[in-house]
Design a protein around this ligand. Structure first.
Ligand SMILES: Nc1ncnc2c1ncn2[C@@H]1O[C@H](COP(=O)(O)OP(=O)(O)OP(=O)(O)O)[C@@H](O)[C@H]1O
Ligand SMILES: CC(C)(CO)[C@@H](O)C(=O)NCCC(=O)O
Length: 263
């Protein structure tokens, strides 16, 4: 029997197959991704329709309800045997509490990452940093998701500068050869400024945890821009160890399955 895991992000849809009793790291047997606005998004799963062994579809979505329901409907048609589970901010609350004012408003992806991080590193104080369309920085203790920060992701930052000024170009934020320098031209002023704003926010989160008497054990970095951030954090000799983990949302969905898929 197997599980289809789906992470519908603001820019891309990512998915993986897992065996229902596997461990977090070793059981992704296939993976895929597509742009959210791609017309192939719905048909991407059609080759899986013959796979009768898929017993569960576990999904995290941060896009609109209508689009998510359209995907659910399509999957129900091609895999009628599979049960559908959708993560939300209250999922597995009995395993990991939430200090969010209204936990149901926490993004499903953030909840999934918190659960995944908690299961991977139980009894640790963690910062989970997801560098995607938005960059999120979440503080997880052994008992609670304490809350976090949401800032524009790297690509959004450069797009916003480009769109709202006359002279600033859109710079690429996809390169991975990053080190922090002062900008001595427009390109570097923007690119290095974006890197500095991310490292600045992470440093402030470390400071915040310290002031709250929470001794951080580890920072987990994930998302499309994770490599850049990990390289930078290592260069800045962060006092908190840095761990790069790919597909943290999908791994969090699998963690939820292990916890019993309760909400
Ligand atoms: N190889 C890559 N593939 C896709 N995006 C990449 C890659 N390398 C860097 N990026 C950058 O990563 C960011 C997208 O990250 P990610 O795929 O985690 O976001 P997402 O699909 O929007 O998910 P979410 O909405 O959950 O953040 C963009 O800023 C993109 O420019
Ligand atoms: C912050 C994002 C966009 C990150 O993907 C997502 O988690 C989201 O839409 N969250 C809802 C609001 C919240 O988490 O408070």
């Amino acid at each position: 029997m197997s599980i289809l895991l789906i992470d519908i992000g603001n820019s891309r849809l990512k998915w993986a197959m897992a065996s229902s009793n596997g461990d977090l790291d070793s059981d992704f047997i296939d993976q895929g991704s597509s742009m959210n606005d791609s017309p192939t998004q719905l048909t991407e799963f059609d080759p899986l329709s013959k796979n009768q062994s898929i017993e569960k579809i576990i999904c995290s979505s941060v896009i609109g309800e209508t689009q998510t329901l359209a995907l659910k409907k399509h999957l129900k048609t091609i895999m009628p045997q599979a049960s559908w589970f959708k993560m939300n901010g209250l999922s597995a609350i009995e395993h990991l509490g939430s200090q969010y004012d209204q936990p149901e408003q926490l993004g499903a992806d953030r909840r999934a990452m918190a659960l995944g991080a908690h299961q991977m590193f139980p009894n640790k104080n963690l910062l989970v940093i997801s560098a995607g369309t938005a960059t999120t920085i979440d503080l997880i203790t052994p008992s609670h998701h304490m809350g976090g920060w949401i800032i524009p992701g790297m690509a959004l930052m450069t797009n916003a500068l480009n769109l709202n000024t006359a002279q600033l170009p859109k710079v690429s934020t996809d390169k991975e050869d990053s080190s922090l320098k002062i900008g001595t031209n427009t390109h570097d002023g923007i690119y290095q400024g974006i890197l500095a704003s991310h490292i600045g926010a992470i440093t402030m989160a470390q400071e915040y945890a310290k002031n709250q008497k929470i001794k951080l054990d580890l920072m987990i970095v994930t998302g499309g821009n994770a490599k850049t951030l990990v390289a930078l954090l290592k260069e800045c000799s962060s006092s908190v160890p840095v761990h790069h983990e790919e597909q943290m949302v999908l791994k969090g969905l699998l963690a939820w399955n292990k916890m019993g898929l309760t909400s």
